[in-house]
Design a protein around this ligand. Structure first.
Ligand code: HEM
Length: 518
């Protein structure tokens, strides 16, 4: 009898426990996000209806599948919004340029309208923009507590300490590192051509050279572990992307458990190596700091000047910033060069014009830092490539306070998704030639003739604008000048035009070009 009573109490307790756990999960994953969504909807926004637990992810997959079904004729179109974000393109037609959609159980306010963004951004300070909590966990192994993910006072402090490292005088000293790595790559191209292999997949080549450049300029590739770190960082990035496909869906991490654990293991190894690099660099600090970003930050950390007025970055914060520079800096710059080489291969007239400009500026001598600003046409080409094939295709935010936009209130906590590719390809903003490659639109016009200043956002906006944009411009012009001086190129018949989003905007099947000496 006592035995039966014990089991009755046991099962009752377990039942109550499971009911409590289940209702907490349902509340966490459905009722609270639905309540948050209702608050946003009160402003009159609508959007595609979500289902539990995927939100709109299955619609997104279905629409993408139809839009990207393989066709017989491979046409190279620059209308890539309809290729990479076909669901946003479709939903814009039904719900306008500001609407709500769901990633798993997380509602997002989609923004493809620069005027709305301008009004929203003008109402708040840079430090009041947060990053959506739903991405923080997944991105932690890449960025840790580095600048990209920081918020509030921590962000202000890191931004204040890091910005001077990117001053022109410091960047100037990094140029020789870029020339050295690029020349090594180009020597390899010469060897391939000499051995009768003129078809080169420039995607792989440029990505690995850019990774080497950023590792050198960030934390010093010469250190014995430099190459090891950058190979592990690349491997971790691929794993994180693969394990991140169902972001916002409850328990999705368990579906990719092996990849998640593997990326965590790599993350720990990378932290340990970077920590040992930093510790040994700290021990051997001289009056003349090493001229990479880490060297500059270490010099600042050890300087007496600010003692008592500002907190110094800790060694662990330096580790996270080194990782941040690597992830935020190498692929974005590499992809800008890669898409540029493709476009220049498609438009040989622009190859010719850039070569002519390089000759005028350098007079056949070596390129130096002071010449870069005079490569004007190259600057227009860079902007046009960033417009058509923006390597950072979207920006995400989370409102950390209620934000007023006209008569609407975006409630605190709202996730925000800014569709940069959508704005860069909007005929309403750019006119009928929006899909054409026309670098001259940037001649004497910083916004390329876009009819709204916030319609062109390759480096982000406001206080959180890219801190490395001058470094990337310098790298872009240096690498491109060296390539164009030595080689000319055309598109290989094996090229398959299929841009895809993998955090950044990449070619799916590489970029094979036929390369020859000029
Ligand atoms: C063509 C190359 C590049 C592009 C297109 C690019 C694009 C961007 C964009 C769009 C943002 C803003 C993201 C947001 O609003 O959430 C950003 C932020 C950032 N970028 Fe870049 N970037 C490039 C190169 C670099 C380089 C070379 C570095 C460093 C070595 C770098 C470091 C950063 C950092 C640390 C942030 C975060 C800034 C903050 O939140 O205060 N980027 N970048």
């Amino acid at each position: 009898m006592v035995f039966v009573q014990f089991f009755q109490i046991f099962f009752l307790t377990m039942g109550v426990f499971f009911f409590f756990v289940l209702s907490s999960f349902i509340s966490l994953w459905w009722f609270s996000p639905t309540r948050a969504c209702q608050k946003i909807k009160r402003n009159g926004f609508t959007g595609p209806p979500p289902t539990f637990p995927l939100g709109n992810i299955s619609d997104m997959k279905k629409i993408s599948k139809v839009a990207n079904s393989p066709s017989e004729n491979m046409i190279i179109t620059h209308d890539i919004h309809s290729i990479v974000f076909p669901y946003f393109e479709r939903w814009q037609k039904s719900y306008g340029k500001v609407f709500i959609y769901w990633l798993g159980t997380e509602p997002f306010l989609y923004i493809g309208e620069p005027e709305f963004l301008k009004q929203m951004a003008s109402g708040i300070m840079g430090k009041s923009w947060g990053k959506p909590n739903v991405f923080k966990h997944d991105r932690n192994p890449m960025f840790g507590k580095g600048l990209v993910m920081l918020e509030n006072e921590d962000w202000t402090h890191h931004r204040h300490v890091i910005t001077p490292a990117f001053a022109p005088a410091n960047l100037k000293a990094m140029m020789s590192l870029m020339v050295e790595s690029t020349n090594n790559m180009l020597d390899q191209w010469s060897r391939l051509i000499a051995s009768g292999e003129p078809e080169i997949d420039i995607e792989k080549e440029i990505i690995s050279t850019a990774a080497e450049i950023i590792a050198k300029t960030s934390f010093g590739m010469d250190s014995k572990n430099g190459r090891d770190v950058f190979e592990k960082l690349r491997a971790m990035q691929v794993l994180l992307f693969q394990s991140n496909r169902l972001v916002g869906v409850p328990f999705s991490k368990f579906m990719y458990l092996k990849k998640t654990l593997e990326s965590r293991r790599l993350g720990k190894e990378i932290d340990e190596i970077l920590l040992s690099i930093i510790t040994s660099r700290q021990a051997s600090l001289t009056n003349e700091p090493q001229k990479d970003l880490l060297g500059l930050l270490l010099a600042e950390k050890n300087a007496d000047s600010d003692v008592g007025t500002a907190k110094k970055l800790t060694t662990h914060e330096l580790v996270d910033e080194c990782k941040t520079f690597f992830f935020a800096g190498h692929e974005t710059t590499a992809l800008t060069v890669i898409w540029t080489l493709l476009l220049l291969a498609l438009y040989p007239e622009w190859q010719r014009q850039l070569r002519e400009e390089i000759k005028e500026v350098t007079g056949d001598g070596p390129l130096d830092y002071n010449m870069l600003a005079r490569l004007k046409k190259m600057g227009w080409v860079m902007n046009e490539v960033l417009r058509l094939y923006s390597p950072a295709p979207n920006a995400q935010r989370q409102a950390k306070e209620d934000i007023r936009v006209g008569d609407k209130i975006i409630p605190c906590g709202t996730n925000i998704w800014i569709d940069v590719v959508g704005m860069h390809h909007d005929p309403v903003l750019w006119g009928d030639n929006v899909y054409d490659f026309k670098p001259e639109r940037f001649k004497d016009n910083l916004h390329g003739g876009c009819n709204h200043k916030m319609g062109f956002l390759p480096f982000g906006f406001g206080g959180r604008m890219c801190v490395g944009r001058n470094l990337s411009m310098m790298e872009y012009k240096t690498v491109l000048t060296l390539i164009l001086t030595k080689f000319s190129f055309s598109v290989s018949p094996n090229y398959n035009h299929s841009p895809v989003i993998m955090l950044s905007l990449r070619p799916s099947h590489g970029v094979p070009l036929i390369v020859q000496h000029t």
